[in-house]
Structure formats: structure tokens, C-alpha cells
Design a protein around this ligand. Structure first.
Ligand code: CAO
Length: 463
């Protein structure tokens, strides 16, 4: 009677993956395995998988070690066949004496959700991160994931996928499974503890749980060495850009922005402005379109006070302001700044124009004091002097809306029974959708457009 045959288990076809890290070896020599028992866990940058045994029997030798790497066809283990579970048709199990085999046929790759039934392991299935759902670190209620620690954690692919979906850092989870392996239940218990932690007090919180209200870390962007593609020069950001950059990013990430586009017929407004411009200039005032637009926005805000409000810190109440301090974006050599015209609702168009000129001048010469940039209720960002047809301005918190103005153009507009040339001004209103809904935003821009289209009212004295 001959000895039971020695069978080889090799790494199945992994497509383009090479030198994939072995993050766990799940069996030892002398242990019994069945067909499909996971032998090792591999993790590349993009996928994680268990390599299942293709033979049933007793593990004779493990040919790889945790921390090493493997590629398709590499020998993982030799298994002395004859024990329960041997599969006569297992494709990758061959007598050890056989010549080096070609890569075994690839198994079909299933989407992660289909491959991982609740509580069970489905080995050998590549699980691309793109199919893993929620970005890993985008959970305000859980600590950020430490990727190296996550890779080292003793857990199978479906548990890893489950943890990724929930944003759980496996490095922090204590495994209660066989040899300390982390199970689905361990991940669930971790999440329950993390969610209960704030109510239970700081002592019960996970070590690195963020403070209440803390923002989740953003997924990291790749660090690129651009010089590998061609000559480069590093230019530091200006002081203003270094300050405003994180604020703009915070606003962009924290506020659900929607932008409502509209256009106003400012043909008559421009005729009126042209008729007043020289006289105003003689009095030392540059009567630009922005002064009229600001006056029209003040009137519109008085009709729609919600746009002049702020959300309180808890996001539960609106603070509706009874004054209008109007910010306007100014392009300066050092970067974008937002001077604020205080009490804009108490100023006529000439006074607004005067303030715009003075504040712009101070901003461009870098002499704008902090007080002149504080207390804004609503901002106008005008690119009309430069060009463009529309854009999506970023809200300037704690404000809840911002008006973008682009360059006016003379266009044929159908009126009555024919086209007539009209000067049309593009408006782009970005608003915080937590505070303002789309219908209200459309009413706001419609009212504003009508106000701009009938400019006489903009010249009324302000009491
Ligand atoms: N359509 C057509 N022409 C316009 C216009 C519009 N919407 N708005 C202004 N103009 C014209 C003006 O009439 C002026 O022409 P004249 O000198 O012949 O009268 C010319 O453009 C320049 O105007 P201005 O820029 O001097 O004055 P302003 O009041 O329109 O704007 C200010 C002042 C400070 C807002 C502007 O200079 C500025 O800095 N704009 C950039 C704002 C910005 O960067 N926004 C982006 C923020 S988000 O990144």
C-alpha cells in the first residue's frame, strides 16, 4: 500500500497582481484542512483575498511566511492527501513530484457584497476597494483607519470588507475567533461600543475617538513627484492663500452647496449708470455695476431674510440678522479677500459705490484691517470685470448664501414678436441647502433679476 500522495497548493491567478503581501498564515504543519479551508490571507493595495486549499488532508509544509510576498503560481503549502474533504477535481492540487504547473484557472470574481455572506468567509475572491462602499476614514463617529495596522490585523476578507464599509479600524478590534481572529461579531461589537461611548462618558470611549462634533479626516490624496514628468518649480502660497485655503475647503466639505443660475436684463440699468457715471466720477465716486447689484441684493435680502441668516452651532436654529453687512470678494495681488460693507441696508447706491472703491483700494494695497473683513451676512463675488458666463461660488460661512456675478453680454432676447438686443447679466447663487430650498432660491434670483431690470428703484434715497 503506497503512502497518501503529497499535493501542492499554489497561488491562483491574480490577474495583474504581483508580489502581493502575505498578511496572515492561517494554518500550521500537522493541521487538517479541507478543500476551501483558507491557508493564507493576501492583501495588495487594491484587494484582499484568502487563498483556499485546493486539497483536503494534513498540512505537510508551509512554504511561505507572514510578511513575505507571493505571485500567481507560487507554492503555498504541501498537503498530505487522504484525509476528509479531498476533492478529486480540485484543479490546483497536484502530486508534489509533478513538474511546475501553469497558473490554475482563474475563479470568477464576484462583487464584494455577493462574495461575502453575513458571518461567513468566501475565500479566494478579489475584493477591489472600489467596490467597498464608504471611504474608510469618512466616519465622524469612529477613529480614522491606520492602514498598516489594518493590513496586519488577523481577519479574513469578508470581515475586512465589513470593517471598511463601517469605517472600523481593524487594528483596534480585539479578535475573539480562533487564534484571536477578528470576526464579524467583533466588528459589530466595536461599532456598538464606539457609538455608545459619548453617552457613556469619556472613560468608555475608544482611545482615539474624536471629540463630539469633530470632522472626519478626508481621504488622503496621492503624493506625486512631479519632477519625474518634467522640470518644475516650487512656489509657496501667499499668506492669504494659506489662511483662506483651509476655510474654503471646510466650507466646501461642510456645507451642502447648490447653485441656482439666472440672468437679469440690465440694459436699462447700464443706460442709467452711463448717464450718472461722469457726474459721480467728478464727485470722486466710481459708479460701477457692482454698486447697483449690491443695492439690488440688499432689497432682495429684505424680502428674503432667510438668506441673511446663519445656522446656530447645533444646526437646530436659524439666527436671522436684523442688519445687512455685505461682503464682496476682491481680487488682490496677495489673493482673495472679502471686505465687508457695514450696514449696507442704510446706504444708497452712491455711498455703496464709495465704500466699494475705498475698501477695494485698501484690500489691494494690503491695508485692510481685520475689522473691515468681519461680520459679513452675505457675499457678492463679481467676476464681471474679467469675464465668464457662470460659476459656482463657495459659501463664506457662517453665511448661508453667496451671489456670483459674471460678465454681462448683449444678446438677442425674444420680446413680444421679435428678437431685441438686451444686455444680460448672469447670476449664480450658491446656497446652503440645509437652510434654503430650491424653490426659495429660484424666487430669490427671480426677484433680484426683476429688481435689476427696473433700476430706478435702486436710486431711491435710503432713510
Ligand atoms: N459685466 C460687464 N462688465 C462689468 C461687470 C459685469 N458684470 N462688472 C464690472 N464690469 C466692468 C466695469 O463697468 C468696469 O468697466 P469700466 O471701467 O469701463 O466702467 C470694469 O468691468 C472693471 O470694474 P471693476 O472691477 O473696477 O469694478 P467692480 O465694482 O465691478 O468690481 C471688485 C470691484 C473689487 C469686485 C473687482 O475688482 C474684483 O476684485 N473682482 C474679482 C472678485 C473675485 O475674485 N471673485 C472670485 C472670488 S471666488 O474665487
Amino acid at each position: 500500500m503506497s503512502a497518501a500522495p503529497l499535493l501542492e497548493v499554489r497561488v491562483p491567478d491574480m490577474g495583474n497582481f504581483k508580489d502581493v503581501a502575505i498578511i496572515d498564515v492561517l494554518v500550521k504543519p500537522g493541521e487538517s484542512v479541507e478543500v476551501d479551508t483558507p491557508l493564507v490571507t493576501l492583501e495588495s493595495e487594491k484587494a484582499t483575498m484568502d487563498v483556499p486549499s485546493t486539497a483536503g488532508g494534513v498540512v505537510e509544509k508551509i512554504h511561505v511566511a507572514k510578511g513575505g510576498t507571493v505571485s500567481t503560481g507560487d507554492l503555498i503549502a504541501t498537503v498530505r492527501s487522504g484525509a476528509a474533504g479531498a476533492a478529486p477535481d480540485a484543479p490546483a492540487a497536484r502530486p508534489a513530484a509533478a513538474p511546475p504547473p501553469p497558473a490554475p484557472p482563474p475563479r470568477p470574481t464576484l462583487p464584494a457584497a455577493a462574495a461575502a455572506p453575513e458571518g461567513g468567509e468566501r475565500p479566494g475572491k478579489l475584493v477591489p476597494f472600489s467596490q467597498l462602499g464608504t471611504p474608510t476614514s469618512y466616519r465622524p463617529d469612529l477613529p480614522a483607519i491606520d492602514e498598516p495596522g489594518f493590513s496586519r490585523a488577523h481577519a479574513g476578507p469578508s470581515v475586512r470588507q465589513f470593517a471598511r464599509e463601517l469605517g472600523v479600524d481593524l487594528a483596534r478590534v480585539k479578535g475573539t475567533g480562533f487564534k484571536g481572529r477578528i470576526t464579524h461579531d467583533d466588528v459589530k461589537a466595536f461599532v456598538k461600543r464606539a457609538l455608545a461611548a459619548p453617552a457613556a462618558g469619556p472613560a468608555a470611549a475608544p482611545a482615539a475617538a474624536p471629540a463630539a462634533g469633530a470632522r472626519p479626516a478626508l481621504p488622503a490624496l496621492p503624493v506625486v513627484d512631479y519632477s519625474q514628468f518634467g522640470p518644475v518649480e516650487t512656489q509657496p502660497l501667499t499668506r492669504i492663500q494659506k489662511i483662506s485655503g483651509p476655510r474654503l475647503q471646510a466650507a466646501w466639505v461642510s456645507i451642502p452647496h447648490v447653485t441656482q443660475f439666472d440672468e437679469a436684463d440690465i440694459t436699462e440699468l447700464e443706460e442709467l449708470r452711463a448717464s450718472l457715471k461722469d457726474k459721480a466720477q467728478a464727485a470722486g465716486v466710481k459708479l460701477t455695476p457692482l454698486a447697483f447689484i449690491m443695492r439690488a441684493v440688499v432689497k432682495t435680502l429684505l424680502e428674503f431674510p432667510r438668506f441673511n441668516s446663519a445656522l446656530d452651532a447645533e444646526g437646530a436654529n436659524l439666527i436671522v440678522r436684523k442688519f445687512i453687512h455685505m461682503g464682496f470678494a476682491a481680487d488682490t495681488p496677495g489673493g482673495l479677500v472679502v471686505p465687508v460693507v457695514k450696514d449696507a441696508h442704510r446706504k444708497d447706491v452712491y455711498e455703496l459705490a464709495r465704500q466699494l472703491g475705498q475698501l477695494s483700494e485698501k484690500a489691494r494695497s494690503g491695508k485692510l484691517p481685520p475689522l473691515d473683513m468681519q461680520g459679513g451676512c452675505f457675499t457678492i463675488s463679481s467676476l464681471g470685470g474679467i469675464g465668464g458666463t457662470a460659476f459656482t461660488p463657495i459659501i463664506n460661512p457662517p453665511e448661508v448664501a453667496i451671489l456670483g456675478v459674471s460678465r454681462s453680454t448683449l444678446r438677442p432676447v425674444y420680446r413680444g414678436s421679435s428678437f431685441v438686443p438686451r444686455l444680460m447679466l448672469p447670476l449664480s447663487l450658491s446656497y446652503d441647502h440645509r437652510v434654503i430650498d430650491g424653490a426659495m432660491a429660484a424666487r430669490f434670483t427671480t426677484y433680484l433679476a426683476q429688481t435689476l431690470a427696473e433700476p430706478r428703484s435702486l436710486l431711491e434715497a435710503v432713510l
